[in-house]
Write a protein that binds this ligand. Sequence first.
Ligand SMILES: Cc1cc2nc3c(=O)[nH]c(=O)nc-3n(C[C@H](O)[C@H](O)[C@H](O)COP(=O)(O)OP(=O)(O)OC[C@H]3O[C@@H](n4cnc5c(N)ncnc54)[C@H](O)[C@@H]3O)c2cc1C
Length: 416
Amino acid sequence: MSNQTEQYDVIIVGGGMVGASFACALADSQLKIALVENVQAPTWTQADHDLRVSAITQASECFLRNIGVWEGIVARRISPFREMHVWDGSGSGVIHFDSAHIGEATLGHIIENSVIQLAALERLAEMKNVHYIAPVEAAAMNVEDDRVVLSLSDGRILEAKLIVGADGSRSWVRQQANIDVKGWSYHQKAVVTTVKTAIYHNETAWQRFLPDGPLAFLPLTDGYSSIVWSATTQRADALLALNDVDFMAELKSAFDGKLGDIESVSARGAFPLKLQHATRYVGERTVLIGDAAHTVHPLAGQGVNLGFMDAAALAEVLIDATEKYKTSHVDFAAHRVLRRYERWRKTDTLATLAAMDLFKRLFGHRSPAVCWARNTGLTLTHQAEPIKNIIMRHTMGLSGDLPALAKPSYVNKVAV
Ligand SMILES: Cc1cc2nc3c(=O)[nH]c(=O)nc-3n(C[C@H](O)[C@H](O)[C@H](O)COP(=O)(O)OP(=O)(O)OC[C@H]3O[C@@H](n4cnc5c(N)ncnc54)[C@H](O)[C@@H]3O)c2cc1C
């Protein structure tokens, strides 16, 4: 323990998937970075799949390639999905997406969260300008005119021009900066587990919309699937309380037996679901990225993808500002510089938040009229190839104002 103040340009609080990848995105900058994380790095083994997985879009894949993290992911484990099959549990509506229809090899990949985080930390260890400090808690934060001072739970004091809150949906940094959030609880939990099914998933992401919430089977390696089953809190608690045999039977029935018997099931976990949006992404010498800025329903697997785009956009804005600093001497952490990031990312995020909330409500509706309209809409969209292709490109993260780091042309692609 030392009371000597350590000097940095940027302090990132939170070394989860978004915070760690944001640090990687600053690899080629002249910025000296501290990444503070309060828990040990996750463990990962070949033997078991992590309970937490994410559907990663092509735009996020480009970002992870461009920042040197993708190789570490591929070296561990990765599972492509080429098709997506979505259907309404209360009717006949169905929609099917196939990457081949738009000339793409995949719609995305299912990747374990711990794999992404470990690959990012591995990349960070090669970087000379990043100091990873863990496990230690960010304990007190004081913003002054020209700097921010952060005290850590082990007594260390860090000083920087900018602090980045990448510390998740209950962000401590956000609270210290007095940034409010708007949103609501869905009064739902997502039950997660890993199963082996009798019928191969065929590299397809399956999702059935039930009145209680969506049930997704996401394809993993060796014929396993990751389950994300959103249901009312009461129903989710009941599912968690079932023994394995009863849970597998319940799961098969809720999924309409689409992939046959459930042959094995791992431990189960659950996460309360909410929609949350920070009223501002920036404060004085403070910026929020990832779940610290926004939390969405997992039904379309967009949460961490939004976070990666935040990381890519903020890195671009900061690197641009440090380049300009050489001639104009504009502080790279000045409020107007940070506002550029906020304006850029808020538009994209608000559109995604609204779309996810609309889907959640639409599919939760039990009225026969809404049910009919929903099923008819699904079927008509399924038949309208051009509309489907637009939706596919959006789901793959390929629409909108993408940061340079999320574009394929940034560096040569490394084949998977
Ligand atoms: C069931 C479920 C399924 C999902 N599926 C998908 C999907 O398929 N695709 C997708 O894009 N998204 C998905 N999401 C969303 C995704 O998981 C989140 O968006 C993502 O984990 C957010 O990452 P983050 O790094 O911003 O925050 P977090 O993962 O919450 O990381 C924050 C980090 O900050 C650290 N921290 C917190 N406070 C402090 C402190 N005071 N000091 C130091 N460190 C601190 C924490 O230890 C943690 O490591 C899903 C979410 C759920 C619940």
